[in-house]
Design a protein around this ligand. Sequence first.
Ligand code: SAH
Length: 347
Amino acid sequence: MEYKDLASFDKNELQELILQLGEKKFRAAQVYEWIHKKNVDSYDEMSNISAKLKGELEKKYYVNSIKILEKYESKLDGTCKYLMKLHDGNIIESVLMRYNHGNSVCISSQVGCRMGCKFCASTLDGLVRGLEPAEMVGQIYKIQKDCGERISNVVVMGSGEPLDNYDVLIKFIKILTDENGLNISQRNITVSTCGIVPMMRRLADEKLSITLAVSLHSPTDEMRRQIMPIANKYSINEILDACRYYFDVTGRRISFEYSLIKDNNDTKECAIKLCELLKGMNCHVNLIPINPVKERNFKRSERTYVLNFKNMLEKNSINVTIRREMGADINAACGQLRKSYMQEHDA
Ligand code: SAH
């Protein structure tokens, strides 16, 4: 049997495993708490578990095997970017953002990505593999321990396409929201997708109270196809239909991400078209002035264009915010930190 991380087991699976080892049911609850509530990194710390059981588990399973490799802290706003190392040597990145309403962590869902968005650094070398549930919750556990403060919000907006790692995503949400773990509210979890329509509908049918964020980035299919290959598969109309379905089933307002690129999607015409598309929809638009990736030639929109774009949406009664730039002094767009680390270390 392959060596696996025990943190990937949900409560029922862990119980089954512990029963199979000839132990009592309550031991499973204890082990679960050590891993998911107390976030231990080793069996040694599980003080009320017998050496025999720990020995059995240790033969086949890691505990919270993900490790913090490097940490960069912003002097401006306390934002921390972390590089984390997985048991097989792969590297991912996660970010801690400190807001007035609480601490939020942005996590990765895959090592690399195969969606191919032209402006994104995560996808430059393609997909390596999807993360395991343990590696998704592990990013949050490690950051919570490192900063010593409670994490109340989680956004799955780091590297990777979460709906391309669907079963793991669902299990991750189950573990993260479990009352015997970190007990994070579903309402405080956001999952961002580039718009894989059938999976958006499937997610709706899970009837969770999480927020779905959709990366739109263009008001027409033609423009979208230039920067997002997924647009060759699904049209904006199909995406918006799936969004309406998501809202109907879950009652959760959709959040649209729109990254503003100079001389591309930031004009008045684009803003007007976007208003037409979203008219009457219960949604929120998050404008993201693009983070230029050095391997690509996209430039950030000028401030006046960003403000004009926002004003046009507001005039049309669409909820809109400009994403506040966090940690500008440790600036690294999605996937850039990992990429530069790997280049420096020849990984
Ligand atoms: N795959 C998912 C989630 C990861 S990307 C998705 O596509 O939504 C999270 C968000 O950051 C997406 O909206 C993505 O398009 C955006 N993004 C990626 N690279 C960026 C960059 N260089 N500048 C600004 N936004 C970027």
